[in-house]
Design a protein around this ligand. Structure first.
Ligand code: ADE
Length: 361
């Protein structure tokens, strides 16, 4: 096969019904490396101009003696255990294509520092999307999501734009644990997302370890799968009806429900800080005084708040949270599109030398 460079761009996603906790071996799961979730989840893909973007080029070539991966201009150590787990997705794609050629991967993220949004979801989606195209594999995004999930659970949702569901599935081999698009990015464009950066610090505990501890030690977590599945049903109805109030209530309830299982973990996991709490009180106060849901807050595994609101209410929300001291920055995003194939001129790889192109982003 001729060396073919494929370059793509992808975006992160924000879960409105959260994923926190994997199935363990024997719990409808034959291998924990499959990243099979305890519950289904729902996300929106985020778009913010040239921010919050991953750009990745992949080439498979017989001239390479081993896989190579460059991230943000730095060569990565593929002996690293976490990276090896991520590259399992590439191994799977090679098996599907029936080839053994090695890959050169060059990638850049344009995530503002400490945005609190996982660049790994966007990054892994870019990696598998580009690799599948470079290998000439003709599999749809839903099937590809199964493989992407192996690299990083929530990355499977970044294979689509708009409103995306990741079905938990039941099969131990994970073949029914896939993502699919509920509505595309044009469906409800009156919605906007304000990402409030409350700290530049790196989180103390990784999601991977945090989830494991929660599943193993939290009593509350036993209730979580059922609650999250109910939230998924309710939020799907709310989105179908474009009922912002109903959607907003579920967003806040689900985030707090997930954080309560974190707090119930031994040792406790506390991602929210004092500023996160101020934001919660400010939004609750605004919703109370307006007697409707003006904004809905949600938090991932970190203290940064994402506030979802209608564009027409953005000024109200901003004036309320601008009173809070300590918010370092607010990034505005909209419901965005899925992966894009980019032209040859956007390639990050020098095809003659099979090296990263310098000074190219
Ligand atoms: N992890 C974080 N960013 C990534 C990227 N761009 N590609 C692969 N893995 C990543």
């Amino acid at each position: 096969m001729e060396d073919k460079i494929v370059t793509v761009s992808t975006r992160p996603n924000l879960a409105l019904v959260k994923y926190w906790g994997k199935r363990r071996k024997g719990e409808e799961c034959e291998d924990p490396f499959l990243n099979l979730p305890q519950n289904s989840s729902l996300s929106i893909t985020l778009e913010s101009g040239k921010d919050l973007l991953t750009k990745t080029s992949v080439v498979f070539s017989g001239k390479l003696s081993k896989d190579e991966f460059y991230l943000d201009g730095k060569k990565q150590d593929l002996e690293d255990k976490e990276l090896q787990e991520r590259f399992l997705a590439i191994k799977k794609l090679r098996e599907l294509a029936g080839v053994n050629t090695k890959a050169l991967v060059v990638s850049y993220n344009t995530f503002p520092t400490a945005s609190g949004l996982a660049s790994s979801a966007s990054g892994l989606a870019a990696l598998t999307f580009a690799a599948s195209k470079a290998l000439g594999l003709d599999i749809g995004s839903e099937r590809l999501s199964e493989i992407t999930r192996i690299g990083s659970g929530s990355a499977c949702r970044s294979l689509f734009g708009g409103f995306v569901v990741w079905d938990r599935g039941r099969k131990p081999d994970g073949s029914d644990s896939i993502a699919w698009q509920l509505f595309n990015e044009d469906y409800w464009h009156e919605i906007t997302i304000l990402i409030c950066i409350t700290t530049p610090k790196k989180k103390k505990i990784s999601s991977r370890l945090g989830m494991k501890n929660t599943v193993e030690s939290s009593e509350f977590f036993k209730l979580r799968p059922k609650i999250a599945e109910a939230h998924l049903k309710q939020i799907t109805e709310a989105i179908k009806k474009k009922d912002f109030s109903a959607m907003g209530r579920i967003i806040m309830k689900d985030a707090m429900n997930m954080h309560s299982t974190m707090l119930d973990t031994m040792p406790p996991i506390i991602y929210l800080n004092d500023i996160s709490k101020e934001i919660i009180y400010a939004i609750e106060d605004l919703n109370e005084s307006e007697k409707r849901i003006v904004g809905a807050y949600t938090f991932d595994a970190g203290p940064n708040a994402c506030i979802i609101c209608m564009k027409s209410d953005k000024a109200k929300i901003l004036s309320k949270i601008n009173e809070i001291k300590g918010i370092e920055r607010i990034i505005e995003a909209k419901v965005g599109s899925g992966p894009k194939l980019l032209s040859e001129s956007e390639s990050l790889i020098d095809i003659k030398n099979l090296t990263p192109l310098q000074n190219k982003k």
